[in-house]
Design a protein around this ligand. Structure first.
Ligand SMILES: Nc1ncnc2c1ncn2[C@@H]1O[C@H](COP(=O)(O)OP(=O)(O)O)[C@@H](O)[C@H]1O
Ligand SMILES: [Mg+2]
Length: 242
């Protein structure tokens, strides 16, 4: 598969209320790479991710997924390439059962119910989660919710995966499982995270975003060892380096 890169060119974004969330952001995320974005609260990380999915538009500058410009006209196409794991799994689980939830996107694509269900069951099996297939999403632990949401995204076979704080509500064992799954994926991946140890293990390249600007970017294991740089931007060394 010819995976897309992601390019942001001189992107600025001001919300209608006047808040300037992003200023002059340039980012190149290589095809098939795992790219981390770290930064303090309010830095503009979620805005950046929402903009890539077309939930909000840059005030100036451009976002491309592969060769496709993200704009209103291209949204259907862009969304067929993207898989998004939102910060709160509750925001993406809404069907009566987990199996129906995972099959939802497939059915929306016109795949018949029985086939969607069998693909959903197959992906649950892959993650050893068959036992939650008939449960309501409301009955799940936060770890199970996170994996159910991930199954619903991966079953669509996206070429680009965007993840907002994917490990924030995982216990150490689920965090390790999540990392193992993440590392086996091969699509272009962008992870926003406060969990610098996860970024250390999961991402080849990282950018630091602060006050809406990219203040540094480079190989993960160079940047995340630079304590003075991290402290300047209200971040701390990964725990393993402390
Ligand atoms: N929908 C919105 N309307 C207005 N301002 C917003 C909206 N979403 C975020 N902001 C503001 O934009 C800035 C960046 O927010 P956000 O992208 O959520 O940061 P992060 O995800 O890094 O914590 C903050 O000042 C925040 O208050
Ligand atoms: Mg955020």
């Amino acid at each position: 598969m010819n995976l897309p890169r992601i390019s942001l060119d001189a992107v600025s974004l001001q919300y209608p209320c006047g808040t300037r969330a992003l200023h002059g952001v340039h980012l190149q995320i290589s095809a098939g790479s795992a790219f981390g974005i770290v930064g303090p609260n309010g830095a503009g990380k979620s805005t950046l991710l929402n903009m890539m999915c077309g939930f909000c538009q840059p005030t100036t500058g451009t976002v491309h997924i592969g060769d496709v410009l993200v704009e209103r006209r291209s949204l259907d196409h862009i969304r067929s390439l993207l898989g998004v794991l939102f910060q709160h799994a509750d925001d993406q689980l809404f069907q009566a059962t987990v199996i129906d939830d995972i099959g939802f996107g497939l059915r929306n694509r016109g795949i018949p119910y029985a086939q969607a269900e069998s693909q959903a069951r197959e992906i649950l099996r892959r993650f050893d989660l068959e036992s939650i297939a008939q449960k309501s999403p409301f009955q799940l632990s936060s770890g199970q919710k996170r994996f159910a949401a991930l199954c619903g995204v991966l079953v669509m076979e996206p070429q680009v995966l965007l993840l907002d704080e994917p490990t924030s509500d995982l216990d150490p064992r689920n965090r390790r499982r999540f990392l193992d799954v993440f590392r086996k994926l091969s699509m272009t991946r962008l992870v926003i995270s406060h969990d610098l140890d996860f970024v250390w293990d999961a991402c080849d390249t990282v950018a630091i975003l602060d006050k809406g600007q990219v203040v540094a970017q480079g190989p993960t294991r160079e940047l995340l060892q630079n304590e003075s740089l991290l402290l300047q931007h209200s971040l701390e060394l990964p725990l393993r380096l402390q």
